[in-house]
Design a protein around this ligand. Structure first.
Ligand SMILES: Cc1cc2nc3c(=O)[nH]c(=O)nc-3n(C[C@H](O)[C@H](O)[C@H](O)COP(=O)(O)OP(=O)(O)OC[C@H]3O[C@@H](n4cnc5c(N)ncnc54)[C@H](O)[C@@H]3O)c2cc1C
Ligand SMILES: *[C@@H]1O[C@H](CO)[C@@H](O)[C@H](O)[C@H]1NC(C)=O
Ligand SMILES: *[C@@H]1O[C@H](CO)[C@@H](O)[C@H](O)[C@H]1NC(C)=O
Ligand SMILES: *[C@@H]1O[C@H](CO)[C@@H](O)[C@H](O)[C@H]1NC(C)=O
Ligand SMILES: *[C@@H]1O[C@H](CO)[C@@H](O)[C@H](O)[C@H]1NC(C)=O
Length: 519
């Protein structure tokens, strides 16, 4: 396909459309005309609408009325003020508005059916080169919310600094992960990304531009962190930074014994240990799934595959230790201690030595591989849950052994690692189990081949059902509930706070309708 030609036509169409006011639908389904006096350029061309109606999940398809590609936060504020309609008593156009970062949602969470999707990438681009500004002392950066984490990295590392806590994948927007939590292998030590924010600029559902922090407008600040886009559109975030290491010792350590695996994982994430690893995760390798041995040295790959086949399941502990040339001797010592004190299957500890960025960006390689096989743009019925540590044995027996290992085949990656609760602030909207240590478990399934997404979704439901029946008090992450009672159960004691904040900051329920919490 000649993409150049395609783009030119789209640009032309866009230019023509920009001259006419756009029609959007109010929540009651009434057509609303955006008045010229708003001076907003919205896109209604088929390409923009198509893009904004799809997401990574590749399951839902929700057309917005139009897409706003703003160049200043003031435009977003104008849009929301217009939809809100002045004060709470006046009649308002009341069309919905959803910020969209990278659209890596799974179930249309960034969509606004009939309403307006705000393309946060446009704001970040318009802000360049000021989209990421590192402070003079290098302790924080002010970041446009539409910026991707990989761009935050690029700007920070030039100054020898870096965010301290990451998601596994860097091509996610700052505003998108802060609306959920932003978790990964550094969370046990530094907390999730929402715990590493000093200040936010937010445009509320009333169209007010508000700066908030733990001291200033704390209700809005804590509400928005993990707030699923319900209280405002984040336009800027002040992100904590630390020293950027240059290199990483990256280990994968194999266990055939689940108890030994979890015991070692829990020891390593306990703050009382002497190991001080910088990153800890874990995943499963199952003989009824795709056994990816590409991490391991070529000469060991068959040995690893055989181990998986012999045991049907192998638990992979993944740890990383950062270093610079001066700290290398300490690292060598640490790895020696790990190899002597961990109870892994003898002979199955493997290490790579990589630049810091290559380590952080590891999932991009997986993406490239999957893309080349046509396996990236496929349905992703992912299930992410947090499981209290006290029930992890029961979970393993009921779900991993009895359910997953009993499937003829499994699809995708299964993440399995513990993290600490003490770095999460209970005032934030994000929900986690009520236990000091809980496991992050991600069933990152892809449809394709013999799996259609509906069947995979049935498996997900069985997992949730098992937990319900066994009284395992999980919390879902990146969830999509459609029934109000599920949301109320999810937020538990925090539901009344969530509701109160909604009434304060978005009383007309305009924001992020794709989360399906209030409609
Ligand atoms: C390959 C892959 C790997 C992932 N790995 C991890 C991981 O390791 N850890 C983890 O925690 N998550 C992970 N995720 C999930 C990811 O954090 C969420 O999907 C997140 O929402 C993605 O950001 P986004 O910019 O694509 O958000 P979008 O899908 O665009 O938006 C998500 C939600 O946030 C709202 N929103 C977006 N921007 C703003 C804003 N500026 N202000 C207010 N609300 C906003 C949207 O309206 C929507 O409701 C992964 C996802 C993928 C696809
Ligand atoms: C409309 O917005 C553009 C920027 O998007 C600005 O340059 C222009 O001055 C605005 N016009 C009016 C009448 O405010
Ligand atoms: C958002 O804007 C970016 C940059 O202009 C563009 O590449 C992307 O396709 C847009 N997304 C949507 C949903 O319109
Ligand atoms: C899923 O992705 C394919 C390939 O990009 C696309 O053709 C299809 O429209 C998408 N479906 C949904 C529901 O997003
Ligand atoms: C495994 O599946 C078979 C066939 O569906 C079933 O009979 C058996 O009970 C299952 N085993 C477990 C442990 O669930």
């Amino acid at each position: 396909m000649n993409t150049n030609l395609g783009l030119n036509i789209i640009t032309l169409v866009t230019l023509l459309i920009n001259l006419t006011p756009a029609l959007v639908k109010s929540e009651e389904g009434i057509d609303v005309l955006l008045p010229i006096s708003l001076n907003l350029t919205v896109l209604t061309d088929p390409f923009s609408i198509y893009t904004a109606s799809h997401d990574f999940g590749n399951i839902t398809d929700q057309n917005p009325g139009a897409v706003l590609c703003p160049s200043t936060p003031a435009e977003v504020a104008r849009l929301l003020r217009f939809s809100y309609g002045g004060d709470s008593t006046s009649t308002s156009p009341g069309f919905t508005v959803a910020a969209r970062g990278q659209g890596h949602s799974l179930r249309g969470q960034a969509s606004a059916p009939g309403g307006i999707v705000v393309n946060m990438t446009c704001l970040a681009k318009a802000d360049k080169p000021a989209a990421v500004v590192v402070s003079a002392d290098g302790t924080y950066a002010d970041v446009a919310a539409g910026t991707m984490w990989v761009e935050v990295f690029e700007a920070a590392v030039q100054r020898g600094v870096s965010p301290v806590t990451w998601t596994d994948y860097l091509f996610l927007s700052v505003g998108g992960t802060l609306s959920n939590a932003g978790i990964g292998g550094q969370t046990f030590r530094h907390g999730p990304q929402i715990s590493n924010v000093h200040e936010l600029d937010v445009i509320t559902g009333k169209g007010e531009m508000v700066t908030c922090s733990p001291q200033l407008n704390p209700e809005l600040f804590y509400g928005v962190l993990g707030g699923l886009g319900q209280f405002g559109i984040i336009t800027r975030a002040r992100i904590a930074l630390g020293h950027a290491p240059t290199r990483v010792k990256w280990l994968r350590i194999l266990y055939s014994d689940f108890l030994a695996f979890t015991r070692d994982q829990e020891r390593l994430v306990s703050m009382a240990n002497h190991f001080g690893v910088d990153f800890l995760e874990g995943q499963l390798m199952m003989s009824n799934g795709i056994v990816d041995t590409s991490f391991f040295p070529l000469s060991d790959q068959i040995r690893v595959a055989d181990l998986v086949n012999d045991h049907r399941i192998i638990y992979v502990l993944e740890v990383a230790k950062y270093y610079d040339s001066t700290t290398l001797p300490i690292i060598t010592q640490l790895i020696d201690i790990l190899s002597r004190t961990l109870s892994f299957t003898p002979g199955f500890m493997f290490m790579q030595d990589v630049p810091y960025f290559d380590f952080l960006n590891r999932v991009r390689n997986e993406e490239d591989k999957l893309r080349s096989l046509g396996l990236w743009e496929v349905p992703h019925p992912w299930l992410n849950i947090f499981v209290p540590r006290s029930r992890i044995q029961d979970f393993h027996n009921g779900i991993i052994k009895d359910l997953l290992l009993n499937q003829t085949s499994t699809s995708g990656v299964t993440l399995f690692y513990p993290t600490n609760r003490n770095k999460w602030n209970n005032r934030m909207s994000a929900m986690i189990p009520d236990e000091d240590v809980f496991y992050v478990i991600g069933f990152l399934q892809s449809a394709g081949g013999s799996h259609n997404w509906q069947d995979l979704e049935i498996l997900n439901n069985k997992i949730i059902q098992f937990c319900d029946n066994s009284g395992i008090k999980i919390k879902e992450y990146l969830m999509h509930y459609t029934r109000k009672e599920d949301w109320i159960k999810h937020f538990g004691a925090k539901w009344s706070d969530f509701l109160r904040r909604k009434m304060m900051f978005d009383p007309k329920k305009l924001l992020s309708p794709g989360q399906d919490i209030f409609n």
